[in-house]
Design a protein around this ligand. Structure first.
Ligand SMILES: Nc1ncnc2c1ncn2[C@@H]1O[C@H](COP(=O)(O)OP(=O)(O)OP(=O)(O)O)[C@@H](O)[C@H]1O
Ligand code: SF4
Ligand SMILES: [Mg+2]
Length: 354
């Protein structure tokens, strides 16, 4: 599938205007001072579409709301407002088990999600039997097929999670998620805890699975470099909002939000040979208890003006792509960004068999 064709299709999974607030509770001082309960805004009106057979990467600093978005989409957190739509149908917060099965999640730490006392064969066969994915006499063959799909051989069936390396455990976690034949895989930082060389092999696996199974993947990462080769589209999150979204070629050739430029500038291998070397942003994101008025990025933005301190920018098409463009940025001053002289260069990836 070409990245350009993606937005012409109907989305498979949609988050529509999703807001998620967490109540902080009141301290004794708050109660004595009769101060109202405080709420933390983890997601603030986020709309996102995941199309069939695409890898959509979601990147952003710690605390930007990536995991909360994943949890709301998979149904393990209930949105404060907004909705989740799958194949055109709004999902109820308490999902029917069939709906739940079709959106699966894998996590950064595969070990914590694999029962250390069960062999991999037991984990897979129990799941296959419980969900009646194949007839009972085909369960063993299906478990072998799942392992082959993630690049592991049958020996894994009789082994325990502790007998595998980090990369292999992530393959097992992916096999377990695939056992129930989902349409969407949500992967929350699945490579962040792995060595760089092993990361590349898992990224290759995700890419293969998209090709072979037509799987849609929402792939969460801290680091833009990780997703450059993997994703058809990239969404950049900042403080509970998507601030830029576009196809990977659009976004890397013409990063159109100061925060995206800063993310790229913070990666030495990407900075080399890129105009973004000049674009640095300092400081920490503001507290999610007190999101700045106007553009939420203004306290850290080198381009901020008085207008940015009062106007909250919404996602809008980036010129010169125009009204039909799929490349959107939530910045009032896209025109003031320095012109990109060199598109962000391709980063070599290391390979390992682990
Ligand atoms: N259960 C919760 N209760 C209260 N606050 C929460 C809860 N879960 C998340 N948050 C807060 O919501 C905000 C977004 O958190 P989230 O985990 O979604 O960020 P993230 O982008 O996934 O960060 P990281 O890269 O560190 O995983 C943060 O300020 C976080 O502290
Ligand atoms: S709207 Fe203003 S403060 Fe916000 S990112 Fe754009 S230039 Fe910076
Ligand atoms: Mg997270």
């Amino acid at each position: 599938m070409s990245s350009q064709t993606t937005p012409a299709q109907e989305p498979l999974l949609r988050g529509v205007d999703v807001t998620k607030r967490y109540r902080a509770g009141r301290s004794l001082g708050d109660r004595l001072g009769r101060r109202p309960e405080r709420a933390l805004t983890a997601l603030d009106g986020v709309s996102v579409d995941v199309y069939p057979s695409e890898v959509l990467a979601v990147v952003g600093e710690s605390g930007s709301g990536k995991s909360t978005l994943a949890k709301v989409l998979v149904g393990s957190e209930i949105a404060t407002s907004g909705s989740v739509v799958f194949e055109g149908k709004a999902l109820s917060p308490k999902r029917h088990s069939v709906d739940a099965r079709r959106i699966q999640m894998v996590f950064q730490d595969p070990y914590s999600s694999l029962n250390p006392r069960l062999t991999i064969g037991s984990v897979l066969t129990e799941l296959l039997r419980y969900h009646q994915i194949v007839p009972r006499n085909e369960v063993k063959a299906e478990a072998s097929r799942l392992l082959a799909l993630v690049g592991l051989d049958d020996d894994a069936l009789t082994a325990y999670p502790s007998q595998f390396s980090g990369g292999q455990r992530q393959r097992l976690a992916i096999a377990r998620a695939l056992a129930v034949r989902p349409d969407v895989l949500i992967a929350d930082e699945p490579v962040s805890a792995l060595d760089v060389s092993v990361q590349a092999t898992i990224l290759d696996l995700v890419s293969d699975l998209r090709d072979k199974l037509g799987l849609s993947v929402l792939f969460i990462a801290h680091n833009l470099a990780v997703v450059q080769h993997l994703s058809q589209r990239v969404a950049v999150m900042y403080l509970g909002r998507i601030v830029e979204i576009g196809t990977a070629p659009e976004l890397f050739a013409n990063p159109s939000h100061p925060y995206t430029r800063a993310l790229i500038a913070s990666i030495p291998r990407m900075r080399e040979g890129s105009v973004n070397s000049a674009f640095e942003v300092e400081g920490e994101p503001p507290s999610p208890y007190a999101i700045p008025v106007g553009c939420r990025f203004h306290p850290r933005c080198p381009l901020a003006t008085d207008e940015c301190r009062v106007t909250d920018p919404q996602l809008a098409p980036v010129a010169p792509e125009g009204a039909g463009s799929t490349h959107l940025s939530a910045c009032l001053r896209v025109d003031a960004l320095p012109a990109v002289q060199n598109a962000t260069r391709t980063i070599p990836v290391e390979r390992s068999s682990r």
